[in-house]
Design a protein around this ligand. Structure first.
Ligand SMILES: *[C@@H]1O[C@H](CO)[C@@H](O)[C@H](O)[C@H]1NC(C)=O
Ligand SMILES: *[C@@H]1O[C@H](CO)[C@@H](O)[C@H](O)[C@H]1NC(C)=O
Length: 310
């Protein structure tokens, strides 16, 4: 029993059925419809996906009314993270993400599609140190393709200039209760009958595809002289450890269901749907815009003032 379980676990880690959607950045805004609905007092976020999102969005149907920057025309999800800020000679400058990729991994283990109206957060916006992070959130900052000193904490910024891109990874929950929309990491249910049972969902939850953010930033222009030691970087939410991501599902239901078919291959599979092939592209490139331009702000300094205001 134990050995066959281990064998399965090893096989599962070697095989990863996944899909990936590149989603363009379209907005900076000091809102967070999950954490602070109705309030223009959030730290500054960068948004990707459906431009229908506003300060009080709660449903997939609302997002599906928008124009989405996702290259898969069936994905009206909205994805957001705190703004990355560089210290350029004492001035705080937002660094526009170069590429945002929404990976959906572990599809071979998924039992249910990501439910409509499902929303969640990964990471911990108030964390200031590695020890405060849930390992299962897999928060990582690194220079793409470069090696890092062994002493570097995985969620710390790199200690020297990146030869190409600064990259961040973040893992979301992979278990969901389809009735209540509560969710969890499968890896939290670790001990069953006295042995380690990885990849088990809590009772009443089922496995769904696991969302993973992969974000790349190009710092070569904004920080032209690079750095050595403490990176001249922070997030609108705090230091590197405060990295977090938010997600409201906007996949049209048929495509969310089709995503489970990515199971048949042992690698990448595109997810087609009623609105087109997986690689049809976004029809709203450069057209996505803030749905609520007269409230809140896209400016970092103004967002800080609005957070302080009573
Ligand atoms: C947010 O969007 C919903 C519809 O999607 C709309 O009913 C609501 O008025 C909008 N709120 C704001 C503040 O724009
Ligand atoms: C997030 O980090 C804070 C420390 O800043 C800690 O008190 C809190 O327990 C953490 N939250 C979770 C869910 O781990």
């Amino acid at each position: 029993m134990l050995s066959s379980f281990l064998h399965l676990a090893l096989a599962a880690s070697a095989v990863q059925a996944y899909t990936v959607i590149v989603v363009d950045h379209f907005m900076y805004k000091n809102i967070d419809p999950i954490v602070m609905p109705g309030k223009y007092k959030s730290h500054l976020h960068e948004f990707f996906g459906s431009d229908a999102v506003n300060v009080s969005t709660t449903t997939s149907a609302e997002l599906q009314q928008g124009c989405s920057t996702a290259q898969n025309p069936n994905d009206f999800s909205v994805y957001w993270t705190p703004a990355l800020l560089a210290d350029v000679g004492g001035k705080t400058v937002p660094v526009k993400p170069m590429r945002f990729s929404a990976y959906y991994i572990g599809i071979e283990a998924a039992e249910v599609p990501i439910p409509q109206n499902y929303k969640t957060i990964a990471g911990n916006a108030s964390a200031t140190a590695q020890a405060q992070l849930n390992k299962l959130a897999g928060v990582q900052w690194f220079c793409e393709g470069d090696s890092a000193p062994a002493s570097k904490e995985t969620a710390a910024f790199p200690t020297s200039t990146c030869s190409t891109h600064l990259q961040n990874l973040l893992l979301f929950h992979d278990c969901v209760n389809v009735d209540t929309l509560e969710s969890a990491y499968s890896g939290t249910q670790n001990w069953v009958n006295g042995y380690k049972a990885a990849n088990r969902c809590p009772p009443n939850m089922k496995r769904m595809p696991q969302l993973r953010f992969s974000i790349r930033y190009d710092l070569r222009k904004v920080l032209a002289t690079g750095w050595s030691g403490t990176a001249p970087l922070k997030l609108a939410s705090g230091n590197s450890f405060s990295m977090h991501g938010d997600f409201i599902n906007g996949w049209v239901p048929e495509a969310a269901q089709n995503m489970l078919k990515a199971n048949s291959k042992r690698d990448f599979a595109g997810v087609d749907g009623p609105l087109g092939k997986y690689n049809a592209g976004s029809i709203c490139k450069d057209k996505a815009e803030d749905a609520d331009p007269n409230h809140g702000t896209a400016d970092y300094a103004t967002s800080v003032q609005m957070m302080r205001a009573a």
